[in-house]
Design a protein around this ligand. Sequence first.
Ligand code: ADP
Ligand code: MG
Length: 581
Amino acid sequence: MANSVNNSNSTQDKPKFPEQVTGMYILAESLRRLGLMDVYGLVGIPVTEAAYAMQKIGINYYGFRFEQQAGMAAATHGYLTKKPGVLLTVSSLGFLNGLTATANATVNCYPMIQISGASDPTMVDMNMGTYEQLDQLNTARPLVKAAFRCSYAKDIPSAVARAYRAAISGRPGGVYIDMTTPALGEIMDASEAEKLFYTPVDIASPVAPTQSAVDRAVEILTSAKRPAILLGKGAAYAQVDDKIKQLIETYKIPYLSMSMAKGLMPDNGELSALSCRSTIMEKSDVVMVIGARINWMLEFGKGKWNPDMKFIQLDVEPTEIDRNVPIAAPVVGDMGLSLDMILEALKGKSMQTESDWIPSLQAESKEKNAKFRTRLEDASKVSPMNHWSALSVIKPFLESHPDIMLVNEGANTLDDTRDAVDMFQPRHRIDCATWSIMGMGMGSCIGAAVATGKSVVAVEGDSAFGFSGMDFATICRYKLPVTVLVFNNGGIYNGIGVNPSGGEAPAPTTLDINAQYDLIGEAFGAKGYRVKTIEELKAALEEAVASKAPALIDVQLAADAGKESGHIGYLNPTPLIDYTV
Ligand code: ADP
Ligand code: MG
C-alpha cells in the first residue's frame, strides 16, 4: 500500500542481529510467545520488516491484496478458535481498510487484534503533515473494545498481551494497537528485550453467574408449558457443545438456531424447530436465549413475539440484558460456567412441558419440510437455473459432507442458502452476520481454511463476490482447499434493473449477466468452471472439492432470479417506485 519514500524520521541504522533487535522483532516475539501463530495482513512502510520477522520465527504470515479481507480472515479465525485473530496493516488507508473489518468483528463479538503501523504521534499531534499522517488511535477508539499505542519498543509485549486479554475477555471483540514507526524502528540489545517478555497469568478467565440468577432461570424454565431454546453464535463461539446438547436432550427442549448457530445442534434433529420460527415466537411461553441478541433479526423481542413471553437470557455481557424487552431471568456470565450451574440446578427437577407442544412442532416441521422439498424439486427442472435450482444440487452435496466449512454472503444467495442447507456440525457456517454486510467472503474463506485445516465452500452472490474477489488470488497463492461458487444473476438482487431515464447506462442494481467469473479463477492458476445446468454444477462441485485445490465456479442463473433485498425488503425505507412509468 505505502510507497517507498525517504522516511525522514528514520535513522536507518542497521541493528547488529542477533545481539541487537528491533521493535519489529519484539512484536513478532510477543505474538509467538502468546501462541498467536497466524497473522493476516498487507505490508508496506512501516511494517514490512515486521512481517519478515514473524515469518523468520515460525509465525504463518498470510499476505492479502486488500486489508479489509485480511481483517475478515482474522475475525473468522478468532471466532473459530476463541483466540484473537491478528491483522497487520500499514498506516493511513491500510489502517482504515482494515478497521472496517475490526469494527465488524467488534459488532459480531469476534476476537481480533488489529496491529497497524502508524506515523510518529508527536508529529501527528502537531499536524506537521508527516508521511501517511492520521490520528489512527482516536479514529479506531470508538469502534473497538480497547486501544493501545506503542510509542516505545518496551511497550510492545505489554500491549500485545493486554490486547489479547481484552479481545477474548467478557464479550469478545476487536482491539487496536497503534504501532508507531519510532517503536517499530527502535533498536535494543537482545538481552534487554528478553526482559520485557512475560507470560500473562490467567489470560482467559471466565466469570460465573450468581447462584440466585441460575436458580431463577431454572425455576422459570421448569415451569414452562411451551419452552424453547434460541441458540446464537455466542453459544457456538463458546465451544460448549456438549453442555448445550445435554440441556436440550435431557429436558427435551425444542431449539431454534440463528444462522451461524446452525449445526450446533443438528438442523434436522427431532427437537429442531428451525422451520417453526413464527410458531416459537407466537406460542412459546418461555424462551431461553443462549448467546444471541434480541436485535433486529428477532424483531427486538416485540412484533410477532408472545407479549407474555418470559425470556431467560444467557450472556456474558450485562448491558445486553433488557436491551429491547425485559428479561425475566438474566444469567450473566461465561456460557460454559452458566450451563454447568444450570445443569446442576436442574438435577432432580422435571419440565412441565405440555404434551402436545413437541408433537405439534414436529408436525409443522414435517409439513414445511415437505413443501420445501417440492420447491427444490420443481426448481431443479427450471432452465436457466435460479437460486433454488442451484441449491437443489448444493444442498445434498454439503449435507453429505458435513465437515466442509460453509461461507455464505449475498442477498437472495444468503437467504436461500441459509434456509436450504442443513448444518450438522457446530461452527461450520460463517456468514455476513449481525450487520448483514457484503464483503466478508474471500477473507472468511481464508480464515476458515487456515484456522480449521478443512475444506471450504463459499456460496456467494455475484455482487457480494465483487467486494472481495481479488483475494481469490490469495486463496490461490496459499493453495487453500477453497471452492467458490458465484451465483451469477447479473446484478444486485437480480439482473433485470431498468435505467428509468431510458439511457444506456446500467441501472443501479445491474452488473453483468455475461461476466465469466471462472476466468478470474484461471487468471490465478485455479481451476475455473462455468456451469449452466444442474448436471454441470454437480460435476464441477464434486470435482472441485475433491481436488482440495482452489476452484471458482461461475453458476449461471437467470437474470430475473432473485428479488429486491431478498428476505429483508421490508427494511427499505419505502418500496421501489417504478420510475419507468
Ligand atoms: P446471533 O447473531 O447468532 O444472534 P449475536 O452475535 O447477536 O448472535 O449474539 C451473541 C451473544 O453471545 C452476544 O451478546 C455475546 O455477548 C454473547 N457471548 C459471546 N461469547 C460468549 C461467552 N463465551 N459466554 C457467554 N456469552 C457470550
Ligand atoms: Mg446477484
